[in-house]
Design a binder for this molecule. Sequence first.
Ligand SMILES: Cc1ncc(COP(=O)(O)O)c(C=O)c1O
Length: 241
Amino acid sequence: MAIAQTHSLKVIEDCAQSFGAQYLGDCHNCQCQGDLRQELQGKYTGTIGDCGAFSFFPTKNLGAYGDGGLLVTNNPHIAETARKLRVHGSISKYQNEMLGYNSRLDSIQAAILRVKLPYIDRWNERRRTIAQTYNSLLADVAEIITPAIVKGHVFHQYTIRILQDKRSRLVELLQKEGIGTMIYYPIPLHRLPVYQNKYPAFPQCEQLAQEVLSLPMYPELANQTIGEICQTLKRCLSVLS
Ligand SMILES: Cc1ncc(COP(=O)(O)O)c(C=O)c1O
């Protein structure tokens, strides 16, 4: 936001899976200072920039049973343009004012989301508690770096770093034990074929892509299961040299 203010830019927030997340000013990497920091304090994602885009893909914190999404803004011009774009460029039927898309939210998905919406804060709170539990159970493992628990974080994923080049062997062992893990993402953005040769190397990003590993994370995850996952993970790491 500070950069955007300086250069008169618009900000579109990619809030895909951050439904219910809040900026609480304790992010160590944040560039915002003074008045701006104060102004943003306590704001929900999607309300910070000029508009925010949420995803209702089934795996998201607030997920439908198929594809869907939401755009939030308090800019009337953006709101009207988005309303037109979602229905082939028209607000009144057959009065198309611009080229648009078929991007209406399916009624079935909307009905499902309305049932789930009242639970989202509770589910996010549970995700934070699960992250805390993982962090304390994994605190003594030398090959693991656990994430910082920042207030307002909604932990769509719980992602740790596996050091000493042990990640791929660990994933295999965990799979044999019936513990599913995911790597978000194995290929950094600038290495994707679509961006090939367009950007320089980003060494930190490339290193992280070799180390990150996301452990099971969903609100229904039982404490006992978290304990079993951590025990198994430690056992698997201890047999890797
Ligand atoms: C950060 C982020 N933005 C956008 C998307 C895309 O969302 P959708 O599939 O609803 O277009 C994703 C999906 O994984 C995402 O993780």
